[in-house]
Design a protein around this ligand. Structure first.
Ligand SMILES: Nc1ncnc2c1ncn2[C@@H]1O[C@H](COP(=O)(O)OP(=O)(O)OP(=O)(O)O)[C@@H](O)[C@H]1O
Ligand SMILES: [Mg+2]
Length: 247
């Protein structure tokens, strides 16, 4: 199977140096962008979601360690950090010939619901919409929208055949230390990989929970940095998530 429309969540564990504040992992980013331009340059449709990595996760973790909770006044600094990551990504993507457009979720999401029309419009126009995990103000508070959840919702909205979560471990690591070929439940996966840096959206087990919410008809894999094109071409790379949602 070759995917025509792909949603890829580029994990913060890959595109940033997760234990170094606001640091991009350019080598991994370039490896991904070369695969993305290979696909979009030959007519493939793709929407991208960036993880918070050492940008959003770091800022939120710093606030939580100082004050214990987030308030609405924290929205600007979290949003600013993610915009820096988004802009750096966009700059590099455009340099590499990808027609990427950037969509900050705080402009199209409210707490609990997002309106993905601008992303769908850009995809339809042959562009590559990019969004990311973000801080979305609510009534008197601020919510962190997880990139993993956004990726699942976007894949449903765009009727993407394929949804890939790119992580630094090559997939989900099982009890014997190797990458699982497939899974259909969360199980006891957490803490088998090296946990580096900051994380405020639940790490691998939360990612699997989100992935399991994707429609049954969507091919869902958790894959490594160099596996994106192989996954698009239908190769059995990383961990297949047997998604169970009817929607
Ligand atoms: N069983 C497991 N298999 C693979 N990774 C695991 C496992 N258990 C814990 N992990 C950790 O989960 C990490 C991936 O989740 P994490 O949320 O940190 O990354 P990400 O989603 O790529 O980043 P971000 O949330 O910034 O987008 C891995 O880097 C690893 O340290
Ligand atoms: Mg994560």
């Amino acid at each position: 199977m070759t995917c025509k429309t792909v949603v890829a969540k580029l994990g913060g564990s890959v595109i940033t140096v997760k234990d170094s504040p606001e640091t991009i992992n350019w080598d991994s980013l370039d490896l991904l962008l070369d695969q993305i331009s290979g696909f979009t340059g030959s007519g493939g449709k793709m929407a991208l979601v960036l993880g918070g990595g050492s940008f959003g996760h770091y800022v939120v973790s710093s606030i939580l360690s100082k004050r214990g909770s987030l308030s609405i006044e924290d929205a600007p600094s979290i949003q600013l950090s993610m915009m820096k990551l988004g802009l750096a990504f966009l700059h590099r993507a455009v340099e590499k010939g990808i027609r990427a457009t950037l969509h900050p979720p705080h402009t199209f999401c409210s707490v609990g619901s997002c309106s993905f029309e601008p992303l769908a419009r850009d995809l339809e126009a042959g562009l590559t919409p990019v969004t990311y995990g973000d801080a979305v103000p609510g009534t008197g508070s601020v919510s962190i929208v997880s990139g993993d959840d956004l990726a699942v919702e976007i894949s449903r909205r765009l009727s993407a055949e394929c949804l890939f979560f790119v992580v630094d471990t090559g997939g989900v690591i099982g009890a014997d230390g190797s990458v699982l070929v497939e899974l259909d439940n969360v199980g006891l996966v957490e803490n088998r990989g090296r946990r580096k840096g900051w994380d405020v959206t639940g790490g691998m087990s939360r990612k699997i929970k989100a992935a399991l919410q994707a429609p049954r008809t969507t091919l869902v894999r958790i894959i490594g940095t160099s596996d994106l094109l192989s996954a698009i071409r239908g190769k059995p790379v990383g961990t297949l998530v047997k998604a169970r949602s009817e929607g």
